[in-house]
Design a protein around this ligand. Structure first.
Ligand SMILES: [Fe+2]
Length: 367
């Protein structure tokens, strides 16, 4: 009998350079790794991603300085009028759908790093709202946009590999994403107190992302004095749930970024790929914070959230019906996670019944 302990299941690392390698066998091997990673774990590590970590760190410094301003200053840059889709989101605003409604203990910033389809601004004014930037800090906007674009490019390259892994046309996803409401979110997980630890507070409750693909550039912890530090204890960080239900730590090898499957990609793939349930646990020691980012690639809001034609079968149609427009899907989800008011759903379907009612009232008055 071997005395070796069983190896941790290996989350694959996908090298983006291999996806465009001149040797077809190399490209196919990289695509096969995507299928294993996204199919079993809903997650892969990505190497050769083109994301500038020094730029990321500078942006995190600026974001931390932003979060340390008084609430009244930060509040001016966000708001429920746009469902917190741009600018600042205060702590305890968002909540996971299947997690007992505990709000997340974090504050965030949202901005779209790429131009979005101007035609959608009337249709989905909150989801396509204009960016809001802190006054007098042009560097914040520049670095934010640059990092977002780098993460977006990495995501697009990976999606070409996803298409290859599912035997789909290479540009299957590109054209569905063009002009969509892609957003880079910066997050600051807040210091927890002894009392919160006793209650089992989480930084981010277990959830699945509702967009197509999420690219995570990595984060860092800060000690109670505000200095950057290593992970304070074994329990803190990103954990995901595999297809078989096992909990696994998501920790990218040095120099890599992480890519995660969102609900839209699970649905388009007919369930071949898995939207990863994941959770961000707080350290067991009070006072630590964490800063990180997540770039969300979304389908364009006119795209159908439904298995792509090549992957439709009686089973996949049964699992993912009815088809829904991506914009409508987003509205519904933003209501579910507490960012949009339930009344947003009144806008779905016909809403001019009042016209008939007033005509009838007028008619009755004439009699
Ligand atoms: Fe997430």
């Amino acid at each position: 009998m071997s005395d070796e302990t069983p190896a941790e299941p290996a989350i694959p690392t996908v090298d983006l350079a291999e996806l465009v390698h001149h040797d077809r066998a190399v490209r196919q091997r990289a695509a096969d790794q995507i299928l294993v990673g996204f199919g079993e774990y809903g997650l892969v590590y990505v190497a050769n991603h083109g994301v500038d970590f020094a730029l990321r760190d500078r942006l995190y410094d600026r974001f931390v300085a932003f979060t340390e301003q008084p609430t009244e200053v930060k509040e001016r840059l966000g708001g429920d009028d746009i469902w917190f889709q741009r600018g600042w989101t205060p702590p305890n605003t968002e909540r996971a759908v299947v997690a007992g409604g505990q709000p997340d203990f974090k504050e965030c910033y949202f901005a779209a790093p790429l131009p979005t389809d101007p035609g959608c601004q009337i249709e989905y004014p909150e989801i396509y709202a204009a960016n809001r930037w802190p006054e007098g800090d042009a560097d914040f906007e520049r670095d934010y946009t640059t990092l977002g674009r780098q993460l977006h490019e990495a995501g697009l390259s990976l999606l070409q590999g996803v298409a290859m892994s599912l035997n789909l046309f290479e540009k299957t996803f590109d054209r569905r994403l063009e002009g969509g409401p892609h957003v880079l979110r910066l997050l600051r997980y807040l210091p927890v107190t002894e009392a919160q630890l006793a209650e089992g507070v989480l930084w981010g409750e277990e959830h699945t992302d509702f967009n197509l693909l999420t690219v995570l550039p990595g984060g860092r912890f800060h000690d109670p004095d505000g200095a950057a530090c290593d992970r304070p204890d074994e329990g803190s960080g990103l954990y995901l749930r595999t297809r078989s239900g096992d909990r696994l730590r998501g920790a990218a090898p040095e120099g890599c970024v992480i890519a995660q499957v969102g609900q839209q990609l699970e649905i388009l793939s007919g369930g071949a790929l898995l939207a990863t349930p994941h959770v961000v646990t707080a350290p067991r020691t009070p006072g630590y914070t964490r800063v990180s980012g997540a770039h969300f690639l979304h389908l364009h809001s006119h795209q159908m959230v439904f298995p792509v034609e090549e992957l439709r079968s009686e089973q996949t149609l049964r699992d993912y019906s009815p088809p829904v427009l991506a914009g409508t899907y987003s509205m519904k989800t933003l209501v579910d996670i507490g960012l949009a008011p339930p009344s947003a759903l009144d806008h779905l379907g016909y809403r001019h019944y009042g016209r008939l009612a007033s005509a009838r009232a007028e008619e009755a008055g004439d009699r």
